[in-house]
Design a protein around this ligand. Structure first.
Ligand SMILES: [Zn+2]
Length: 275
């Protein structure tokens, strides 16, 4: 059995604010990297005990070189570094039996520890009219390859967001959000136990979880904070810019093209001048 792990940082055990996820912030970032590696290792250990034979870990935060390679479980392979065509989902294909999203966070515009979607420039993003965050975009990529996302870890609120999109998904809740930069965290030991327990449950029940499939062509809608960002995003050929809502639309042939277009639009939008 093959397992794909996409590991972000904001939803990792013990992480509550940007001092843990920003490389320039010193000692807490170094601790955050250790916490991230520990969470991944807990999942890997439980997965191996549950019959998984091959594990790919995609480091999926910022420049994607956060996990401590030398401390990662020896049975896992680490995909590190960027850029990557498929970003947080690079390497997934039909050969995987299941995917898990570790250390994930809620989408932009709602509560949750370090909630955002990809970058700060976008307000809401929609796939076929449904508002989604990073969880939804990445689940759509897994779904395109017929791979179910069977487990998510993070705070109590990403658990809700994930269950809305994927009924029955296992949720390893390692902290309870108090504000966007505060949380009540389980102890290291309890968080590890929760991650292991939910990993085992998820793999046992994996056949009951449907891949998150999107109708094609996929309509991507990106609602920006201001017109300057939307104008930049609308440079992408084939887009339609709705000025009244600062929303740029694009019809993609499949989720992969949608994802790449979304990233191109975000990069362009972040170059907008004046805020
Ligand atoms: Zn992140």
């Amino acid at each position: 059995m093959k397992l794909f792990l996409s590991v972000d940082m904001e939803g990792i055990s013990g992480i509550v604010d940007t001092s843990y996820i920003n490389p320039s912030s010193g000692v807490n970032y170094q601790r955050g990297r250790q916490f991230m590696t520990d969470d991944a290792n807990a999942v890997i250990e439980a997965a191996l005990e549950s019959g998984v034979t091959e594990i790919v870990v995609a480091d999926s935060h910022n420049t994607m070189n956060n996990i401590l390679w030398e401390k990662l479980h020896p049975k896992a392979r680490l995909l590190a570094g960027s850029p990557r065509d498929s970003s947080m989902m690079q390497g997934i294909d039909e050969s995987f039996d299941a995917a898990m999203f570790i250390g994930y966070h809620t989408r932009q515009g709602i509560p949750g520890v370090l909630s955002h979607t990809m970058s700060g420039v976008v307000h809401n993003m929609y796939i076929n009219g449904q508002v989604v965050g990073e969880f939804g975009f990445n689940a759509a990529i897994a779904g395109m390859h017929n791979v179910p996302v069977v487990m998510v870890s993070g705070d109590n609120l990403i658990a809700v967001e994930a269950q809305e999109l994927i009924p029955g998904i296992q949720t390893a809740i390692v902290k309870e959000a108090v504000s966007r930069t505060a949380a009540i965290c389980l102890s290291r030991e309890e968080a590890t136990a929760e991650l292991k327990r939910k990993t085992a449950n998820a793999l046992r029940n994996r056949n009951n979880i449907q891949p998150f499939r999107t109708a094609v062509p996929v309509e991507l809608a990106m609602e920006f904070s201001h017109a300057g960002q939307a104008e930049m995003a609308a440079i992408v050929p084939g887009t339609r810019y709705e000025t009244a809502t600062n929303t740029v639309y694009y019809n993609a042939a499949n989720p992969q093209d949608m994802y790449k277009t979304m990233r191109a639009m975000l990069n362009l939008a972040s170059g907008a001048e004046f805020f």
